[in-house]
Design a protein around this ligand. Sequence first.
Ligand code: URA
Length: 268
Amino acid sequence: MAAERLQKVLSRRGVASRREAEAWILAGRVRVNGAVVTELGTRVDPAADDVEVDGEALPPEQAPVVVLLHKPAGYVTTVKDPHAERTVMELLVGLERRVYPVGRLDRDTRGVLILTDDGDLAHTLLHPSRGVEKVYDVWVRGELPDEALTRLAEGVELRDGHVTRSARVSGVERGEARVRFQLALKEGHKRQVREMVRAVGGQVANLARISFGGVTVDGLDEGAWRLLTPAEVARLKRSAGGGDPLRAGARGMARPKGWATRKGREQR
Ligand code: URA
């Protein structure tokens, strides 16, 4: 087998995310053929070299898994939460693989969260140059004029100076002091949707991700998870290869309590 970067081998074997693996290497926790290696560029042949972390041999290679979680509000997207809040990992009941979230959803954002033990796939899906499309269902408090929606689509400057790429706004519904629309982004800046809406003078009241690279939570209850099928994984990979990501609608996403239905009545 060809030699590969050590951190890549560790993440592919599911013992750590690539970033964690880099930290472990720098901390001297990784040995190759008995010798501690602290050089991040080190290449190893997983078939021929003995790699150990903290004195333990790597587990044998398994086919990677890709998990789709329908994240509810109130769960933090992290593997370990130092503040002991509820984490998305607690929802993966029965999954006997160590997976890592592909990017983050804020605690109160619901919807599609992908987790995997395939470090390469995670890296590819998150890389800005891949432009994987994420579609959000956005509920904004108060009014948001058409001009503000146009600015969202054209690009706005966020508080940290980041200027957003062009985006797609669709499905605008206006209710009493509320606006709902879908926003498709090809980048993933921190709290991007909330910050974009703030930049045009609005405030997000509810946010759900309804698609990630064409994968939706249609048919999956909030809080439930399932493995993606090989065909779904292939489609996800295609979405990161400059392909044509599926267009997603808001089907399957529950309205948050208290929000107006199409007829303008409140649901409680
Ligand atoms: N944008 C946000 O503001 N929050 C999320 O959770 C995802 C995208």
